[in-house]
Write a protein that binds this ligand. Structure first.
Ligand SMILES: Cc1cc2nc3c(=O)[nH]c(=O)nc-3n(C[C@H](O)[C@H](O)[C@H](O)COP(=O)(O)O)c2cc1C
Length: 250
């Protein structure tokens, strides 16, 4: 555990990794995490298969078009359904992308029934109402401000939890930064699997939190409509910056 708890965790990561570290709180700490998580203990689950490391090679142009150049924000969707297995497949890609100290603070609520959409309705801005009601799935991208409870499991080689419990501002910043990153990873994973997306910040976060999240202590970040995009409902591409307007080569 770093003695200077105000220093960023990333800085501490550059320190040598101690051999055979013990999770924070030992067995008691692990039990508390499991209870908070309300999921079967890790030992009772099949480990996620991980492919062998591979050298990075560029994706082909078709893949790059699908992910970036030809991918527009979607304001309408075809009638094609999105299954729960589709949502799991997106998650299973998203989860591998990096977060600081592997904190993984994002939480996702998939609203895919009329009942769930009706609960969201009062929180939506007028401009986001109709398209959200018609989208096959609306995702609430949220984050867990107490993500640090899971660090003994997610970052077991050092005792990282006190970095955050001793510094609420750092904890909130870390949760929001990395939760936002994971929301973006989620959108790229969905595009990689052929789905279209309409992200939205035009809603009342407090209403969404009260309706869907407060019992777990999670907080909403942004919404994403998800489905198979209808190209006819796309808007013209907005201009983008040129490289040298926004980038410095130092
Ligand atoms: C975090 C975020 C919030 C957004 N909020 C809204 C919104 O509330 N309503 C809306 O119609 N579009 C919203 N958008 C869509 C953006 O305006 C759109 O993605 C951007 O103009 C790029 O469009 P393009 O993908 O077609 O190039 C949001 C996008 C993001 C990433």
């Amino acid at each position: 555990m770093p003695s200077d708890v105000t220093k960023p965790p990333e800085a501490a990561l550059n320190e040598p990794t101690p051999p055979e570290p013990k999770p924070a709180g030992g067995v008691e700490g692990a039990a508390a995490v499991t209870e908070t998580a309300a999921v079967p203990p890790e030992a009772e689950r099949e480990p996620t298969p991980e492919p062998a490391p591979r050298a990075g090679t560029p994706l082909d142009d078709s893949a790059l078009d699908q992910l970036f150049r030809a991918a527009h924000t979607q304001y309408g969707f075809t009638g094609a359904a999105v299954s729960d297995d589709d949502l799991r497949a997106i998650f299973e890609l998203m989860k591998w992308c990096p977060t600081s100290a592997n904190t993984s603070p994002a939480r996702f609520l998939f609203l895919r029934t009329q009942t769930a959409k009706d609960r969201l309705r009062p929180a939506l801005s007028a401009g986001n109402l109709a398209k959200t009601m018609l989208a096959p799935v609306t995702v609430i991208v949220a984050y867990d401000p107490k993500f640090y409870d899971y660090l003994p499991r997610l970052f077991p080689h050092t005792d990282a939890k006190p970095w955050f419990t001793s510094n609420p501002a750092l904890a909130e910043e870390t949760a929001f930064r990395n939760g936002t990153l994971q929301g973006a990873y989620f959108m790229l994973a969905a595009r990689a699997l052929g789905f279209g997306l309409g992200p939205m910040s035009g809603f009342d976060n407090a209403k969404v939190d009260a309706e869907f999240l407060s019992d777990r202590g999670w907080k909403s970040n942004f919404l994403v409509n998800l489905g198979h995009g209808d190209p006819a409902a796309e808007r013209p591409r907005g201009p983008r910056f040129w490289f040298d307007e926004t980038c410095l080569l130092l």
